[in-house]
Design a binder for this molecule. Structure first.
Ligand code: CP
Length: 326
């Protein structure tokens, strides 16, 4: 693996999930791989889990870690991504120099840059990731981009597989449901897109049955929703489900808009009772009692803490693959 921008960079998903589980069982087995190697963690947006889990994973592999918050008023200059422009605005440094310079200090660069939710075509072009990949000269890792959050999706796959290993009550081909949750703020589609992308591959391989449920108007981009079954009635979608994956996203069609805040889409224990003792998953952070009831998050059916813990092992599995090529 030379870059990890999306699922397309993964050649063997089963092996990568197993590598995450192996790292969890034996975190320091590959410390030699990262010795005298440095990873730069570049954040255009806030983070708790991604920042800490990726740093921890890199350290488990023996790497040195540098973190930089980008943007005016942050650690570094605002970065201009457009080519050929007169830089007379608030961006003091161009990505051509910035990426090339960071690439001289770091052996791997990992970047978080969310969708701006103003211009759909611009967001879906993934300009920040592609500009870093073009000019850095070292492997690039996606820490959540405009359209995807692949380290989260890998952690989600690890979490589902781990839950199956722990419980004989979960079937070999579980029903996994991605449900939209209400929120008053417009949030990116990246986590939902990515989860669909990865679950569709798991479904095509016969590992899961995958269903997506959301109010009308919240259809995800066709290239992400793929062949997933879309059901507009949440109760119907939840029937017999083994895993409920909650996430809010803003509209793709009416780009970046909040079309409804219907509280009936929030997940409660009454909703979970429609499932097959279904486990609840969410990437976090989550706003309690707006998107999910306390009673769900605090119940034994919630996997959210273990899911967040597995971010360390998904990052470690990916960094290991990249370090093996150096
Ligand atoms: N799930 C996730 O990416 O969390 P952070 O935004 O805190 O990194």
């Amino acid at each position: 693996m030379t870059n990890f921008l999306s699922l397309a960079d993964v050649t063997n998903l089963d092996a990568l999930i197993q590598s995450g589980l192996d790292a969890k069982a034996n975190p320091f087995a590959d410390q030699h791989l990262g010795k005298n190697k440095t990873i730069g963690l570049i954040f255009f947006n806030s983070s708790l889990r991604t920042r800490l889990s990726t740093q921890k994973a890199a350290q488990n592999l023996g790497m040195n870690v540098i973190t930089l918050n980008v943007g005016a008023g942050q650690d570094s200059w605002g970065l201009e991504m457009e080519e050929g422009v007169i830089m007379n605005g608030d961006k003091a440094e161009h990505i051509r120099e910035a990426a090339a310079v960071i690439g001289r200090y770091c052996d791997v660069i990992a970047i978080r840059a969310f969708a701006e939710l103003k211009d759909r075509d611009k967001d879906y072009r993934e300009q920040v990731m592609h500009q870093f990949a073009k000019y850095a000269g070292v492997p690039i890792v996606n820490l959540e981009s405009a359209t995807r959050h692949p380290l989260q999706s890998l952690a989600d796959c690890i979490t589902i597989q781990e839950a199956q290993l722990k419980s004989s009550l979960i079937p070999a081909r579980p029903k996994v449901v991605l449900t939209w949750l209400p929120h008053f703020k417009p949030l990116p589609q990246a986590v939902a897109n990515s989860f669909c992308e990865w679950m569709n591959v798991r479904a095509n391989a016969g590992h899961v049955e995958f269903v997506v449920t959301h109010p009308e108007g919240y259809e995800l981009a066709p290239e992400f929703v793929g062949n997933a079954r879309v059901i507009y009635n949440q109760d119907e979608a939840f029937a017999g489900a083994d895993f409920i994956y909650g996430k809010n996203w803003s509209s793709y069609t009416h780009y970046g808009q909040v079309l409804t805040q219907d509280p009936s889409w929030a997940v409660t224990m009454a909703d979970l009772r429609l499932t097959n003792n279904g486990k609840f998953m969410h990437c976090l952070p989550v706003r309690r009692n707006l998107k999910v009831a306390d009673e769900v998050l605090d119940s034994p059916q919630s996997l959210v803490i273990e899911q967040a813990a597995n971010r360390e092992w998904s990052a470690q599995a990916v960094l290991k693959e990249i370090l093996k090529t150096m």
